[in-house]
Design a protein around this ligand. Structure first.
Ligand SMILES: *[C@@H]1O[C@H](CO)[C@@H](O)[C@H](O)[C@H]1NC(C)=O
Ligand SMILES: *[C@@H]1O[C@H](CO)[C@@H](O)[C@H](O)[C@H]1NC(C)=O
Ligand SMILES: *[C@@H]1O[C@H](CO)[C@@H](O)[C@H](O)[C@H]1NC(C)=O
Length: 504
């Protein structure tokens, strides 16, 4: 988009070099009139210097009507100058239009988690239903709904609703709302962390064609569908220009790929025809896992949390809470410090030889042994694959959960979030799953005496995730030399010093 403006060197060429012959001519005429030998010599040396100067641009000859700095800094030259392009405003929530695929039968229940992340004052978008509700008051929540139109005329092999949901990007575009930069698609059981989604999207030029999302955690799913496809449940973002092209192509794509399984696969096929690849981002979570999501949530990659999906298909995130209350707990921490939610830092108590892994706003694992960063950052495999309920493979490495209680970490879950003068404090409480099956070793019992862990931190820089810098894990230190008072221990998270390492 940037128009080129003349560089300093270009202007130098234009204004000065061609001035020399004129000056030489002037001197020669003067010499003829005055006839002074000295003057002739001066003209010859000037001509020689000029020839050298034309070949070499490295030693600019100062023009005495300008200051030296004019040669270095490009400034306005003669003639009309191009208007500087106004810098686009940074992307914010208002630039996103959400399109949520739902149906009359599912939305009634799922709207409750939708209402938790949707902010009626700032979030724009619609839930797309398959038919008009009979009783509108049942659907009068804060997320506005629309009824999909004109979708039954398309061919399909396995699922007609996949056609309808693939067309949401088309229908969202056709609504024609102003100032939309990104169309973000999701399922009715997708939870979006909108602030972090904005941080991710703000890094990309919305005037170019982008297709941003993530694939499945279960390799079997990626093999069956595609590694380079954005799985719909994790949500994906389509920039305005790409959406505009998809709208033109959608009917043809739906016809060509009528035998595909899912809606996300149809969109992917159509995007592929445009030659646009998937830009993968580690914060989108299709969450194609079964069982307990703990391991993944406790070791999130170093990227902002953008979405979670399928939460109702697995154990609640917090062991003693319902699905909905678990989500409320996580969102409570998220609202206080959106960018830091689930960010992992490691703490060592070198005196006691303990290791601690914090997943901010969710959990802490305490190991009464020294464990390296490369292991702590690897999720414990508390879950199975989506389709076959197997122990893998996943698209990331996992650590097995030992059946020996002495090899398992002591686990703490978020209990309280507080904002004070000195920053943010999150408190995590010890959780005992099975009183009867506890490690009896002395060192373990000693660690079990820690009932609560208090973590203090400054609020994360709101631009932390939009900066160009490579991400870096934050450091953690033990407060009061690790003293345990009334079963409580204090930790502090802060930016690492340039040469600091996380060494056990
Ligand atoms: C979002 O950006 C638009 C400019 O495109 C601006 O008018 C609006 O005030 C911004 N909204 C917020 C909440 O910052
Ligand atoms: C939305 O805005 C209104 C009026 O500005 C305010 O009273 C209300 O608390 C806001 N709701 C939320 C969920 O922020
Ligand atoms: C619609 O649902 C509301 C609450 O769910 C109920 O109070 C109302 O009677 C219903 N209306 C009709 C016409 O069924």
């Amino acid at each position: 988009m940037q128009k080129t403006s003349p560089t300093g060197l270009d202007k130098l060429k234009a204004s000065n070099l061609f001035a020399f012959p004129e000056k030489i001519g002037y001197y020669l005429a003067l010499c003829l009139r005055v006839g002074l030998l000295l003057c002739l010599l001066a003209s010859i040396s000037l001509a020689l210097f000029s020839a050298f100067y034309t070949k070499s641009h490295w030693f600019p000859m100062p023009d005495f009507t300008r200051t030296r700095t004019d040669f270095i800094a490009p400034g306005p030259g003669p003639g009309p100058q191009p208007e500087p392009e106004p810098k686009p405003e940074p992307t914010n929530t208002s630039h996103i239009l959400f399109g949520i695929g739902a149906s009359l039968t599912t939305w009634h229940d799922r709207s409750r988690s939708g209402e938790l992340w949707w902010d009626p004052n700032t979030t724009r978008g619609f839930v797309w239903l398959d038919a008009k509700p009979k009783n509108e008051t049942d659907f009068s929540g804060s997320i506005p709904y629309r009824v999909s139109e004109d979708w039954t005329r398309f061919r399909y092999s396995s699922s007609q609703s996949a056609v309808r949901i693939a067309r949401i990007v088309y229908e969202s575009f056709k609504v024609g709302l102003p100032n939309v930069r990104w169309f973000v698609m999701g399922d009715d059981d997708t939870v979006f962390f909108t602030e972090n989604l904005v941080s991710v999207l703000a890094r990309y030029d919305h005037d170019r064609m982008y297709y941003i999302g993530g694939n499945s955690e279960s390799v079997e799913q990626d093999v069956m569908h595609a590694y380079d496809m954005a799985f719909g449940g994790g949500g994906f973002a389509i920039s305005y220009p790409l959406a505009a092209r998809l709208v033109e192509m959608m009917d043809g794509c739906l016809e060509r790929y009528y035998n595909f399984y899912g809606s996300d696969q149809r969109v992917w096929a159509c995007v592929s025809e445009m030659g646009v690849p998937l830009t993968k981002h580690a914060g989108f979570h299709q969450f194609d896992i079964r069982g307990d999501p703990y391991g993944v949530l406790a070791a999130h990659p170093l990227a902002p949390l953008v979405s979670l999906h399928h939460l109702d298909s697995m154990k609640p995130m917090f062991p003693d809470q319902t699905h909905l209350d678990s989500l409320k707990s996580l969102l409570r921490a998220y609202r206080v410090d959106p960018g830091r939610i689930l960010q992992q830092s490691f703490c060592y108590d070198h005196r006691r030889k303990w290791s601690m892994s914090i997943s901010w706003g969710y959990t802490i694992q305490l190991y009464p042994s020294l464990i390296g960063a490369m292991d702590l950052q690897m999720p414990l495999q508390t879950f199975k694959t989506w389709r076959s309920w197997s122990n893998g493979p996943f698209t990331f490495n996992t650590r097995p959960v030992s059946s020996d209680p002495c090899q398992q970490p002591i686990i703490y879950f978020l209990e309280q979030v507080a904002v004070g003068k000195s920053g943010i404090v999150t408190i995590y409480k010890r959780f005992v799953a099975n009183e009867g099956n506890q490690c009896k070793q002395k060192e373990y019992a000693h660690a079990m005496a820690v009932q609560r862990i208090e973590v203090s931190s400054e609020k994360m820089d709101p631009h932390y995730w939009t900066k160009e810098e490579a991400p870096r894990r934050e450091c953690c230190e033990i407060k009061n030399r690790g003293s345990i008072k009334n079963g409580g221990m204090g930790l502090r998270i802060r930016a690492c010093k340039p040469k600091e390492s996380i060494t056990m």
